[in-house]
Design a protein around this ligand. Structure first.
Ligand code: FAD
Ligand code: MG
Length: 336
């Protein structure tokens, strides 16, 4: 058995800046990945900037503590531990994110499914014992991934998973939510230019210091971290724009020459295997960009393109297994 596994998410995007303005940058390991916030401000603003960075990382740790499936005391773990037993009253942010994931589930025809937890656990791609499950294990787990078996109580902010063995996994949406929350903290602190990178969930905030569109590199899925397959221009129409990539090239293991990665088809419980290597979504909202980059990767090019074309202010870059790249109409490529 050939076995290979990367436990840390590599940056999916790189930024090509040549700016002169002072940068304040901090990186911390939160949400299971390296999170970097870079702020471009005048030196006289340093106290304000330092405080904004402290507040932003405090918020990221708070979201991690509430939403991680790896922490037994998190709200998500408590919901999962009470599956089939009783409803669990949760933090309002967690409740709102789960109800938002409901929207993403419907918009993507179930391709994004936060009730996929039992399948994620079976394969254990992110854990210490990744393996190919038996078909009968997958067959037993799939009926426990029905979104309709989640009950919401809007009066008490309670969530109930109706069947024992069900479990939620917000890994495909929570980093995007966390990126939006970080952006709001920076904007409220009066910061006008920044980059937020939560392990590939990226936000560019305000104008590029050179007053030109941000130049964003899309990771080459077959290259080394930092090798880009295309560079795109990203403009910020309002406050910020998010760029999020999903693909099967970062978290995976290999057995008998076959690569098994961490994004699953809710239809059959297997890692998605279609013509795509990665999908990048560009959107004014990082939570949706996160959920929909995963969903479009699951749907494949044709259905995924149709979905993106029906969404306002949303663009996509598709990288195919044959090395080709296609984009939606408004994406501005800088290199061929
Ligand atoms: P995305 O495509 O955005 O999401 C893929 C992830 O979503 C999969 O890993 C799986 O969990 C889930 N998923 C798979 N298929 C589907 C589907 N069809 N629909 C919906 N969801 C699906 N990693 C660690 O190694 N250690 C940690 O302690 C840790 N803590 C975390 C805490 C939080 C709050 C969050 C949000 C993430 C954490 N992570 C941790 C990372 C997490 O395990 C995932 O690997 C990561 O979120 C995947 O993000 P992505 O951008 O690579 O892929
Ligand atoms: Mg995602």
């Amino acid at each position: 058995m050939v076995y290979k596994y990367f436990s840390i998410t590599f940056l999916s995007l790189i930024f090509l800046l040549g700016c002169t303005q002072p940068r304040y940058s901090r990186t911390e390991f939160v949400l299971g990945t390296n999170c970097t916030i870079t702020i471009f401000e005048d030196r006289k603003e340093s106290v304000l900037v330092e405080q904004a960075l402290i507040n932003a990382f405090d918020r990221l740790r708070e979201i991690d503590n509430l939403m991680s499936v790896n922490l037994p005391a998190s709200d998500i773990s408590r919901i999962n531990a009470s599956a089939g037993i009783e409803p669990v009253r949760v933090n309002k942010d967690v409740f709102n994110l789960i109800t938002n994931s409901f929207i993403c589930y419907f918009y993507s025809s179930g391709a994004f499914n936060p009730a996929i937890g039992p399948i994620v656990s079976l394969w254990d791609i992110d854990g210490s014992n990744p393996r190919v499950p038996l078909q009968q294990e997958i067959d037993a787990a799939l009926p426990l991934t029905k979104f309709n078996d989640i009950e919401f109580d809007y009066d008490t902010y309670s969530i109930f998973l109706k069947k024992q063995g069900m479990s939620l996994d917000l890994g495909a949406i929570a980093k995007g939510y966390a990126a939006d929350e970080t952006a709001v903290i920076l904007l409220n602190a009066g910061i006008k230019r920044a980059i937020i990178d939560l392990g590939g969930n990226v936000i560019v905030l305000g104008q590029n210091p050179r007053k030109k569109p941000w130049r964003v590199g899309i990771q080459d899925p077959n290259g080394q971290p930092g090798d880009y397959i295309r560079i795109i221009n990203v403009t910020v129409d309002q406050y910020y724009t998010s760029i999020v990539t999903s693909g099967g090239y970062q978290r995976y293991f290999e057995q008998d020459g076959i690569r098994y990665h961490h994004i699953f088809s809710p239809a059959d419980g297997y890692p998605v295997n279609n013509e795509l290597l990665s999908v990048t979504i560009i959107s004014p909202n990082s939570m949706y960009a996160d959920a929909y980059s995963t969903a479009v990767f699951v749907l494949g090019y044709e259905k995924g393109l149709e979905m993106v074309n029906n969404m306002p202010l949303t663009e996509a870059v598709f990288v195919f297994k044959d090395g080709s790249v296609r984009t939606t109409n408004r994406v501005e490529l800088i290199t061929p």
